[in-house]
Ligand binder design. Structure first.
Ligand code: DQA
Length: 146
């Protein structure tokens, strides 16, 4: 990713509840703590990360469509459950020129059958799953080509 200055980090539905939501699966850190770790990691790599969360499919699509115009060089996205069925979100990822890395806190391939399929992954630059908060940090590094 050339001349990366800013990376957009999108969290999908229910990720606002991190910290209290199924802590055995998603850990005890809050979304605010996760965002701070992401921002700190991005800074250490010489880029800025802007983190946003929405429970709405349409809002995530609007943010993806606007990302290039707003000066972002790539997107790290945890689409939450939308990963598994949102053709609209998939089409948005396929429609933009920016690289999108799909990330998950949990290892979606080791969980229920319905989580093993991602409609986003085929049009994303790649998928990182199962490393907790580090999935996002690895996503940033992947965008930066490290
Ligand atoms: C998740 C995995 C999804 O299956 C789930 O619906 C989420 C979180 C993860 O980060 O592990 O909301 O994307």
């Amino acid at each position: 990713m050339a001349k990366a200055r800013a990376i957009l980090v999108l969290h999908g539905p229910n990720l606002n509840l991190l910290g209290t939501r199924e802590p055995d699966v998603y850990g005890r850190s809050t979304l605010a703590e996760l965002d701070r770790a992401i921002e700190r990691h991005a800074r250490s790599r010489g880029v800025r990360a802007e983190c946003r969360q929405s429970n709405s499919e349409g809002q995530l699509i609007d943010w993806l469509q606007a990302a290039e115009r707003q000066g972002f060089a790539g997107v790290v996205m945890n689409p939450g459950a939308l990963t598994h069925y949102s053709i609209a979100l998939r089409d948005a990822v396929a429609s933009i020129r920016l690289p999108v890395v799909e990330v998950h806190l949990s290892n979606v391939h080791g969980r229920e059958e319905f989580r093993r399929h991602s409609v986003i992954a085929p049009v994303a630059r790649g998928q990182i799953s199962g490393f907790g908060a580090a999935s996002y940090l690895l996503g940033i590094d992947a965008l930066l080509g490290r």
